[in-house]
Design a protein around this ligand. Structure first.
Ligand SMILES: Cc1ncc(C[n+]2csc(CCOP(=O)(O)OP(=O)(O)O)c2C)c(N)n1
Ligand SMILES: [Mg+2]
Length: 577
């Protein structure tokens, strides 16, 4: 319209005209409706949630917008937040959960903590007591002292919505915060008496995402020279490399550099490539390396456990400027998004090529497989899983014997298909997280593995799985114990067993009582057949119980000795393992 305005119209008149037009376009909305409208504008199609009086207006707004946004209600706030986390990890896109204040927030605190430590874009909508009463200690329903202060310890972004117009702006800011720089969770609070207030809200286009930081081409060129001159280059890939898998693979091929990945970095380089290694072979290669390219990883294990010396130079790629020097100063710090930085690095290396290391690496992989053969019971089950889980199927790891082994030797073929809990390693995260992953990715099978200990942390969400027809497949490896704890007590504490034996339900009947499909598989062959059946079901969850005995310890392959000189960290000299 403005383009057609006669050029003779004076500026103030045009401004008044625009104001009138936008007032006419502004619809009267409640704060809750404005929030839901803004979520939809940011591409959100699901809210994982558990209701309560503080958020009644929000749920009413969700009801009115049902054709554009789905509400998946869970049986515990922990489940809602884990589902949002799983959906974020499985899709790489922001996800939302909504809960009441105080107990609701605290019940969701562990997944929120994990979203922070895993850089996952999870937006939490948390209720609040009446606006005017906040901070006054009256003892309102669900009141908690300094809720915003508690949240500020868990996430980098927290704001309180105060008006309908403010809702759209703050939703926009929260999405920017989740995506900009190091990704992570964000929280929006809203008071019980603010959700329902209404006012005209002008349509608000989502703010454009922050421009990625520019690539420092000089630093990249210098890093390229260093890598080109390296005799024994090694790439270490972390969770921050998942979206740069193509570039990591290309660099690995050019440099014939092995790619070490553990947990969050698995799948960046296809496990079928002999240059793709996990911890134990990575430990050998770290000892030999002269230049390491670390992409989106804290390098926690190599730097703190394996050590560095003056013969090793480290080039770090990380979007978080603080990460580069946390443990020790690297030879080069490339700050920014891994994908464009690695693309520039590939360009800087030009036609660099090296003789193939295929034969050498195949031999080393074969030797390592022989050593890892000690974990035969775990390998048998993992082989059965790999044989049935399609290439793009998603494996959700847990803090259990099969999980520890999977981190070391489960073949992962594609990025974002191995979801592992990161440094929190919070027992019981798996089932509800996988449920969210499966809900958000109905196009691929998602497999959750749990021990009998971890499964009961969130197995109540079987009700959610049945209610929302989520076809997740779950394997429960039942050894009647917190097996990891029990083995440590046996091996290191003179077999003085305490608090590690478990009394379990019959997991098959338990799952069936929720309306899930369930069966028992006693060995890898039976497991394979059960998985084949499970992956065919697309509207009901399946639980497969696998009774197991004690399993051999994986720890010699995870906690390995120092292989390079003592390291000066920014926090003083680190201790040996
Ligand atoms: C939140 C949390 N609490 C406690 C632990 C400590 N922990 C690590 S493994 C484990 C036992 C796991 O038992 P189970 O799930 O049955 O797996 P298993 O070792 O028997 O295979 C415990 C209690 C943890 N990692 N996270
Ligand atoms: Mg167990």
């Amino acid at each position: 319209m403005a383009n057609n305005a006669p050029s003779t119209v004076a500026k103030p008149e045009r401004a008044a005209e625009r104001k009138r037009a936008s007032a006419a376009a502004a619809a009267r909305m409640t704060t809750a409706e404005a929030t839901v409208t803004a979520l939809i504008a940011h591409g959100i199609d699901t809210v994982y949630a558990l209701p309560g009086v503080h958020n009644d207006h929000l749920f009413d707004a969700l009801h009115k917008a049902q054709d554009r946004i789905r509400t998946v209600h869970t049986r515990h706030e922990q489940g809602a937040a884990y589902m949002a986390l799983g959906a974020a990890l499985a899709t790489g896109k922001p996800q939302v959960y909504a809960v009441v204040p105080g107990p609701g927030l605290l019940n969701s605190a562990t997944p929120l903590l994990m979203a922070h430590s895993m850089n996952a874009p999870v937006l939490a909508l948390i209720g609040q007591i009446p606006q005017a009463a906040i901070g006054r200690g009256f003892g309102h329903l669900h009141e908690i002292r300094d809720q915003a202060g508690i949240i500020a310890r868990l996430t980098d972004f927290c704001a309180r919505i105060r008006t309908p117009a403010n809702a759209a702006t703050l939703v926009g800011e929260a999405f920017r915060a989740m995506a900009g720089g190091r990704p992570g969770p964000a929280v929006l609070e809203c008071a019980i008496d603010v959700w329902g207030r209404s006012a005209p809200v002008a349509p608000n286009a989502p703010p454009s995402p922050l421009a990625p930081p520019p690539v420092d081409e000089d630093a990249v060129a210098a890093a390229g020279k260093r890598l080109a001159a390296a005799q024994h280059p090694l790439i270490v890939a972390g969770g921050g490399a998942q979206d740069a898998a193509l570039e990591v693979s290309e660099l690995s091929r050019m440099l014939q550099a092995p790619v070490l990945a553990y947990r969050r970095g698995r799948g960046v380089l296809d496990s079928r490539d002999p240059l793709s290694v996990t911890l134990p072979l990575g430990h050998e290669l770290w000892r030999e390396a002269d230049v390491v390219l670390a992409v989106g990883t804290r390098l926690f294990i190599p730097l703190l456990q394996w050590g560095v010396d003056e013969h090793l130079s480290i080039i770090r790629v990380d979007i978080d400027p603080e990460e580069h020097e946390r443990f020790a100063r690297p030879a080069a710090a490339l700050i920014g998004d891994a994908k464009p930085i690695l693309r520039s690095l590939i360009d800087a290396l030009g036609s660099h090529a090296r003789p193939s290391r295929r034969a050498e690496m195949e031999q080393r992989q074969a030797n390592m497989r022989q050593r890892l053969g000690k974990l035969a019971p775990q390998i048998g089950f993992l082989d059965a899983i790999r044989a049935e889980l399609p290439e793009d199927g998603i494996f959700v790891d847990e803090v259990t014997q099969i999980g520890f082994a999977a981190r070391l030797l489960f073949p992962v073929y594609k990025p974002h298909t191995f979801l592992s809990p990161g440094y929190q390693d919070s027992l019981g995260w798996g089932f509800a997280t996988a449920l969210g992953g499966q809900y958000a990715r109905p196009d691929v099978p998602v497999l959750s593995i749990s021990g009998d200990g971890g499964f009961l942390f969130t197995s109540n969400e079987l009700a959610t799985a049945v209610c929302h027809r989520i076809p997740l497949t779950t394997i429960v490896f039942n050894d009647g114990a917190f097996g990891n704890v029990r083995r440590i007590q046996q091996e290191h504490y003179g077999n003085r067993l305490i608090a590690s034996d478990l009394v379990n339900p019959d997991f098959v009947r338990y799952a069936q009582s929720f309306g899930a499909e369930a069966e028992r598989a006693r060995n890898p062959v039976e497991l394979r057949a059960a998985l084949k059946r499970a992956f065919k079901r697309r509207d009901v969850p399946t639980v497969i119980e696998v009774p197991v005995g004690p399993m051999p310890s994986p720890w010699e392959f995870i906690q390995m000795p120092r292989v390079r000189g003592a390291i000066e960290t920014t926090h003083g000299r680190s201790r040996g393992p």
